[in-house]
Design a protein around this ligand. Structure first.
Ligand code: COA
Length: 155
């Protein structure tokens, strides 16, 4: 894992420090080793405590196979001990920022309709629900949400 704390933009770094304490966190990233021929990599991110061996939050950004410039955000999770402090919201912003910096034009994610916290985060951060379907295996209603990063770059 590589320490990429310096890549966190100041305004997001300030928010993370406001929640967790100044110099109490670091952002790590690595290829998750499953990248194929694509020039973009599957990337795994972890927000860690700087004081103890505690994983605070995780997520992945994966290039969508065969398509140009679209990444899938998956496996986003905040450790239960750190939930409802605003981290999920700030980390969603960081995820969008990193995807844009990595050169993607669109970011896509799925969420279960009953996941109030995640859907609230997506709504607050300007993601648009583009499709809803039922997962035949679980019976869950799943949302597919997207955010246009190209538009974001031009703002
Ligand atoms: C979804 C998740 C990442 C949210 O992380 P978090 O750090 O708790 O999120 P925040 O503190 O930023 O809260 C976001 C919003 O959801 C609300 N919220 C959070 N947990 C909630 C709950 N259990 N019930 C109702 N609302 C909740 C918050 O009040 C906040 O809304 P507000 O901004 O209007 O006040 C976290 O709950 C988690 O890791 N869940 C398990 C994994 C998961 O579901 N990942 C997403 C897969 S699609």
């Amino acid at each position: 894992m590589y320490d990429i704390t310096n890549y966190v933009p100041p305004e997001i770094a300030r928010k993370l420090s406001g929640i967790l304490g100044v110099h109490m966190w670091r952002l790590m990233a690595d290829s998750d080793g499953r990248s194929g021929r694509s020039t973009s990599e599957n990337l795994y991110f972890a927000l860690e405590s700087d004081r103890e061996e505690v994983g605070i939050a995780y997520w992945r950004l994966q290039p969508m196979p065969g398509c140009g410039g679209i990444c899938i955000s998956s496996s986003a999770e905040v450790h239960p001990a750190y939930r409802r402090m605003g981290l999920g919201t700030v980390l969603n912003r960081l995820r969008v920022y990193l995807a844009s910096k990595l050169g993607y034009g669109c970011i896509l994610c799925t969420s279960i309709e009953s996941n109030i916290a995640q859907n609230r985060i997506l709504e607050k951060n300007g993601w648009k629900v583009k499709a809803r379907f039922i997962n035949p295996k679980t019976g869950n209603t799943v949302h597919i949400s997207v955010k246009n990063l190209y538009k974001l770059r031009k703002e």
